[in-house]
Design a binder for this molecule. Structure first.
Ligand SMILES: C[S@@+](CC[C@H](N)C(=O)[O-])C[C@H]1O[C@@H](n2cnc3c(N)ncnc32)[C@H](O)[C@@H]1O
Length: 282
């Protein structure tokens, strides 16, 4: 597991795969390889090894238009890391990471742990391969819990006795919805985010990143939508105005809603735009 501190100064991000490679006893779960999984496609884009031919073929179809997808995935991870760092510095010591993805170092508990060793993290995902890795690699760490839930069911997640025992629901939480809402239908996403806003303790924050069509080549948007149509979750590409709606009922912290490459960072936006922001729940 990597122990190096992470932050704006550490960019470009180095992904440390020894963290997953160290677990030799891992047994693959029942995995559906009849269609690409969004979690495994993302893992492949990041340069990971937890993916199958069907996932690689799907990503390679996108690569016909945009040969190098890794910088896009790293830009999104960069936003997540800087958001967790910023919230940790502001005193947040509990994170709920919805759509956590296959473990990728630095993970949320590693980033937050640099600031405060006692930080609690709950990872939630509904993909079996993610849950297997979460339980094997993330959960054994102090302060970490992994749960198998669909993030579209906020009440079920907040009623889970394991979550209630792990997090203090009287104190602020950093809710991470990083690169997951673009797998949720527009109306459902708005309803779900509103429910989270109501369930979160006062003083909590939402960190959201989602693919945005503004600034993207229409052919690339179409290719992304058509490739993900065959996957475990179709892709919903939002306009900036639609992404802004996700932050209703929150006060955006600096620098507002911007591309992942620009959030407390100064890199050139990439061909796939990922609007990113952190809002304090009002
Ligand atoms: C692109 S990955 C993002 C991983 C991580 N949040 C990041 O940004 O690096 C999207 C993850 O969301 C998960 N996911 C998609 N729909 C979900 C849902 N309805 N409930 C829970 N997880 C979901 C997928 O399984 C996948 O692991």
């Amino acid at each position: 597991m990597t122990t190096q501190p992470h932050g704006a100064k550490a960019d470009p991000i180095e992904v440390d795969w020894s963290w997953t490679a160290s677990d030799d006893d891992w047994v693959p779960p029942e995995i559906d390889t009849s269609k690409p999984s969004t979690a495994r496609m993302y893992d492949y884009a990041l340069g990971g090894k937890d993916n199958y031919a069907i996932d690689r073929q799907a990503v390679d179809k996108i690569a016909e238009l945009l040969p190098d997808l890794k910088p896009v995935a790293l830009a999104n991870r960069g936003f997540m890391i800087r958001a967790v760092e910023a919230l940790s510095r502001m005193g947040i010591d509990q994170f709920l990471d919805l759509g956590s993805g296959i473990p990728t170092s630095p993970n949320v508990h590693e980033v937050a742990g640099v600031h405060r060793a006692t930080t609690k993290v709950v990872y939630v995902d509904n993909d079996p391969i993610v849950m297997t890795y979460n339980r094997a690699l993330r959960e054994p760490r102090p302060g970490v819990l992994a749960l198998n839930h669909d993030m579209r069911a906020p009440a079920t997640i907040f009623e889970d006795p394991a979550l209630r025992a792990h997090l203090d629901l009287e104190r602020p939480i950093g809710l991470l919805l990083v690169a997951v809402l673009h797998f949720v239908q527009r109306e459902t996403a708005l309803e779900v985010v509103e429910q989270y806003r109501r369930l979160l303790p006062p003083g909590s924050y939402l960190a959201i990143s989602a693919i945005c069509s503004d600034g993207m080549e229409p052919a690339l948007v179409q290719r992304l939508e058509s490739v993900y149509q065959t996957s475990s979750s179709p892709l919903i590409v939002r306009t900036t105005a639609e992404a802004e709606q996700l932050f209703e009922g929150t006060r955006l912290i600096e620098p507002g809603l911007v591309d992942a490459t620009q959030w407390r960072n100064n890199e050139t936006p990439l061909p796939i735009r990922i609007l990113s922001g952190v809002g304090q729940v009002l």
